[in-house]
Design a protein around this ligand. Structure first.
Ligand SMILES: O=P(O)(O)OC[C@H]1O[C@](O)(CO)[C@@H](O)[C@@H]1O
Length: 581
């Protein structure tokens, strides 16, 4: 019998739907008393410890979720991804970010061709180039070594590398390799971001890496032209060859831009932008900053999870478990959001990366064959490192809306501090919160307990916590480059699991295109109004009003600017002349 078009039409889905009412009668306070249940919800891989006992699930729920995975053909879909089948059907592409971190001797095929040798060719080129730059063998146009790097790119060509950079910055090994060097990112087309990215940098000692899969993204290309101007106005047009390199799948456009193709680092259509941090997109800027050997460890970490995800049984497969639990929370329990709460400042850019990875991948309204989904898929991801988040939005999580939380912590700190006389080390202080918060969410505090604690009657409702708020905890051994690679791959695969079960295409992003085309229309109008004084037309009343006001106000501000800078020195000069007569 052919499988139903939508997963929601299967018996396994309907069974889970019915099971929801049973779960609604439970409370985590009681579920947590069942040690056998809790033990079955703890999983370990290479020192990474996942505890999902604070999810609103029983063993029975998990059994039903595994059955759902079976009927969704999760295993087969994972295999198809790894074997290079074109599972991104709307773009007719393979989805092979796992090939980016495959071992040199591995064989992975797309279109009948083993892609691993090409991957390693680029990695070897990056190793060679980054060593030349770092050692000073590659020098700038004026003969100085290049010590600073600005990576220009947006979306997937920015967020993943930024996350890894932020995570490695305080790792002792990586930091040692980065001494005397700076890596900055320029993503937003806002000129303020340009100013920030080059503040105090000297073009003579700076290398600009233009990162764009398509090499057509408007923001990136304008920023790249702006930095090209920054370099050539200071060092001459010829300096671009020494001070600008590119990462792209579109090498002809790299050449047209004026970057020597010999200084371009390729990647491929089978790498989605948001899954590209392990390609030259991340590996080049990060190797320039930390050296290739450190970045190789990051790739090895991701590879260890790739192997685990491919081969571990679902019951002990970390990405599969967390992916199925997300499906359960979003679609069956109806919790639309998830908070990502890393208890380390080193992971401060993790949530923004996951935001794009998850929301661009799974923010879809139709199944892979185009049928509208009769259920909610995708989720809203946000987060902040603990304990900053605690002093910001945790109030809502504790007593307002129910938001399933991912607590992510590490056994060892990257920067341990032990102060004499303190009760605990600084890391233990931080981690006390990591352990306490999930229990506060799960158990809550009921009025009886409060009265026993002699809380005045009128404050009891305000101090009551319903509890029963789900979370999961991931405890990593440390936050080395290897661990960071593992964490990244867990989330990449988790998102794929969600999409595979929901039956959507997690690897296209048609929604983003609409905004891009409307911006093109506005850009044309701004040009026509400013240069040829054309009236605003072709937009709705609201946009016409906003645009007209923007043009009018900026015109008057420009006039003021001209008066101040041109007229006032002119007037002062006349005054000086008069005085001297
Ligand atoms: O690398 P590119 O082609 O400049 O694209 C940047 C980003 O734009 C998007 O297409 C949309 O945000 C992302 O998927 C991608 O990561």
């Amino acid at each position: 019998m052919a499988s139903p078009a939508l997963i929601s039409e299967t018996e396994q889905w309907k069974d889970l739907k019915q099971h929801v009412s049973e779960i609604q009668t439970t409370h985590l306070r009681d579920l947590m008393n069942d040690v056998d249940r809790c033990q079955s919800m703890m999983v370990e891989h290479e020192g990474i410890f996942l505890d999902y006992s604070r999810q609103r699930v029983t063993k029975e729920t998990m059994g039903k979720l595994f059955k759902l995975a079976e009927v969704a053909h999760l295993k087969e879909k994972i295999e198809k991804m790894y074997s290079g089948e074109k599972i991104n059907s709307t773009e007719n592409r393979s989805v092979l970010h796992v090939a980016l971190r495959a071992a040199r001797e591995k064989e992975i095929y797309s279109d009948g061709k083993n892609v691993v040798p090409e991957v390693w060719q680029v990695l070897d080129k990056i190793k060679d180039f980054s060593e030349k730059v770092r050692s000073g063998a590659w020098i700038g146009a004026t003969g100085k070594p290049l010590k600073d790097v600005v990576s220009v790119g947006i979306g997937g060509s920015f967020l993943g590398p930024l996350f890894v950079h932020a995570a490695l910055q305080t790792d002792a090994v990586a930091a040692e390799y980065a001494k005397g060097r700076q890596l900055r990112f320029l993503a937003n087309v806002d000129p303020v971001d340009v100013a920030r990215s080059i503040k105090d940098l000297d073009p003579e000692t700076t290398l600009v890496v233009v990162v764009s899969k398509t090499f057509t993204t408007a923001e990136t290309m304008l920023n790249a032209r702006t930095l090209r101007e920054w370099i050539s106005s200071s060092l001459g047009a010829g300096a671009v060859a020494k001070h600008m390199v590119a990462v792209s799948t579109n090498l002809p456009l790299v050449k047209d831009f004026g970057i020597d193709p010999a200084n371009a680092f390729a990647f491929w259509d089978w790498v989605g932008g948001r899954y590209s941090v392990c390609s030259a997109v991340g590996v080049l800027p990060l190797s320039l900053q930390y050296g290739f050997s450190v970045v190789e460890k990051f790739l090895e970490g991701a590879r260890s999870i790739d192997n685990h995800f491919y081969s571990a049984p679902f019951e002990s497969n970390i990405p599969v478990l967390v992916g199925l639990l997300s499906v359960w929370n979003v679609t069956f329990l109806g919790y639309p959001a998830r908070a990502i709460l890393p208890y380390s400042q080193a992971l401060e850019k993790f949530a923004p990366h996951i935001q794009q990875l998850s929301m661009e991948s799974n923010g879809k309204g139709v199944s892979i064959d185009g049928t509208p989904l009769p259920f909610e898929a995708g989720e809203i991801d946000f987060g902040e490192p603990g304990t900053n988040g605690q002093h910001s939005f945790y109030q809502l999580i504790h007593q307002g809306r129910i938001i399933p939380c991912d607590f992510i912590g590490s056994v060892r700190s990257q920067q341990p501090i032990y102060l004499k006389g303190e009760v605990v080390s600084n890391h233990d202080e931080l981690m006390s919160n990591f352990f306490a918060q999930p229990d506060a969410l799960a158990y809550g505090k009921n009025p009886d307990e409060l009265l026993r604690d002699k809380v005045p009657d009128h404050l009891v409702p305000h101090k009551t916590f319903t509890g029963n708020r789900p979370s999961l905890s991931i405890l990593l051994p440390s936050l080395s480059a290897y661990d960071v690679g593992q964490l990244l791959a867990i989330y990449e695969h988790r998102i794929a699991v969600q999409g595979f079960v929901w039956g959507i295409n997690s690897f296209d992003q048609w929604g983003v295109e609409l905004g891009k085309s409307l911006a093109t229309q506005v850009r044309k109008q701004l040009h026509a109004s400013r240069v040829d004084e054309k009236p605003v037309q072709g937009f709705n009343f609201s946009t016409t009003t906003l645009l007209s006001r923007f043009l009018e106000v900026s015109l008057s501000l420009n006039m003021l600017f001209v008066c101040y800078y041109v007229y006032s020195p002119f007037m002062k000069a006349i005054k000086r002349c008069k005085n001297s007569i």
